[in-house]
Design a protein around this ligand. Structure first.
Ligand code: KG4
Ligand code: ZN
Length: 340
């Protein structure tokens, strides 16, 4: 019996563990964010992130087990994010999960981080209601994906340069705000005028793909023209205008993709899915078109291990004879893992 299933997520700067029960229910979860450690450097420092994962993961797992009223011996399988993500960070989680699984002779399931985000609205909700179109917007990825069944995914559109979260974070940095700026821009934007500064909408009328890299230059030029980093109301106006530009394109392209697909179910997920305006605008569009919108709670928009465990549990249930198609051999030596 591969349950309770322990899930580990260390692909970027959140050290996370969760435990999933036999019915797909979330027994416990812990997310410890490294944001404060990286903020002084203005962005994620990969080597530092790896070190934090090594230091924190054992205690994070202990806490997840404690909150679930479980001991290590109760665990029936381990799921771990295998990518995409920062290579060193992924290796920390993978190495730890391999050790835990190997020592107890447990199955080890490798989960794709983006599939985790894609199915995050359905953690502890039973089978996802396929088919749907998902707007996946995080710090590292921006895509529109058609999901027809578990494992049957088609990318309909994606960014050709920066991710939406990156655009928020880099824009925020140029506006003198701390890393990661996305949530703060969102907060300050509520008090600003979205028409104050015209920020560009990359590839707005050119197909399903996104381009956000032009925003960096636009923010830099706007700040230079004003002669100083904005503060007070002017900063709020910049935030509102930046958010408007990003959300405008995201919603427009997502709506066009859903229309083309002929489907009537939409998912908004990933860290930027926590954005207030984006949630509001997409909800309005879905209501007007008669589409059903699924959005995870904010804590499951950003990186977490519950979504990784949920994906592993779904795949396990889809496999024959109690084996999951995600099974990996915990004794495998990974390329590069043994080199100092
Ligand atoms: O999914 P996530 O936790 O990590 C990645 O897989 O990248 O997403 C983090 C990203 C960051 O860029 C952060 O600034 C952005 O999500 N973010 C937001 C908001 N909350 C987090 N962006 C805009 N508005 C928000 N409320
Ligand atoms: Zn993520």
């Amino acid at each position: 019996m591969p349950f309770p299933l322990l899930a580990i997520e260390t692909s970027c700067d959140e050290t996370a563990a969760a435990v999933i029960g036999a019915g797909g229910e979330l027994l416990s979860e812990v997310v410890r964010t490294q944001v404060a450690d990286h903020a002084v450097f203005g962005g994620v420092v990969p080597e530092l992130a790896s070190r934090r994962h090594v230091e924190w993961l054992p205690a994070v797992v202990d806490e997840a087990l404690l909150r679930g009223g479980l001991r290590p011996a109760d665990i029936g399988a381990v799921a771990v994010t295998v990518g995409p993500g920062l290579a060193g960070c992924l290796l920390c989680g993978l190495g730890w999960a391999q050790g835990f699984a190997l020592a107890r002779d447990l199955p080890l399931l490798g989960v794709n981080h983006l599939e985790g985000h894609l199915l995050a609205p359905f953690v502890a909700q039973g089978d996802p209601p396929f088919p749907f179109v998902a707007l996946t917007v995080s710090g590292g990825h921006t895509s529109i994906v058609r999901a027809d069944a578990l494992g049957s995914y088609e990318v309909l559109g994606e960014t050709v340069d920066d991710a939406a979260g990156e655009a928020f974070d880099k824009g925020a940095r140029l506006l003198g705000m701390p890393y990661p700026g996305g949530a703060l821009v969102d907060q300050l934007a509520d008090g600003g005028d979205p028409r104050a500064i015209h920020y560009p909408r990359g590839l707005q009328h050119e197909g399903p793909h996104f381009s956000f890299s032009g925003l960096k230059t636009a923010v830099r030029v706007a700040v230079e023209r004003e002669g100083s980093t904005p503060t007070g109301q002017r900063l709020a106006d910049h935030c509102a205008s930046l958010r408007e530009a990003i959300v405008d394109v995201l919603v427009q392209k997502c709506v066009a993709a859903v229309r083309r697909s002929g489907l009537d179910r939409v998912v908004l997920t990933g860290g930027v899915g926590a954005n207030r305006l984006l949630r509001e605008r997409l909800a309005t569009q879905c209501a007007e078109n008669g589409w059903q919108l699924h959005v995870p709670p904010k804590a499951h928009c950003t990186d977490n291990a519950a979504m990784i465990g949920a994906v592993a549990a779904l795949w396990h249930r889809s496999g024959a004879e109690g084996r999951s198609p995600l099974d990996i051999d915990p004794s495998l030596t990974l390329v590069g893992a043994g080199t100092a």
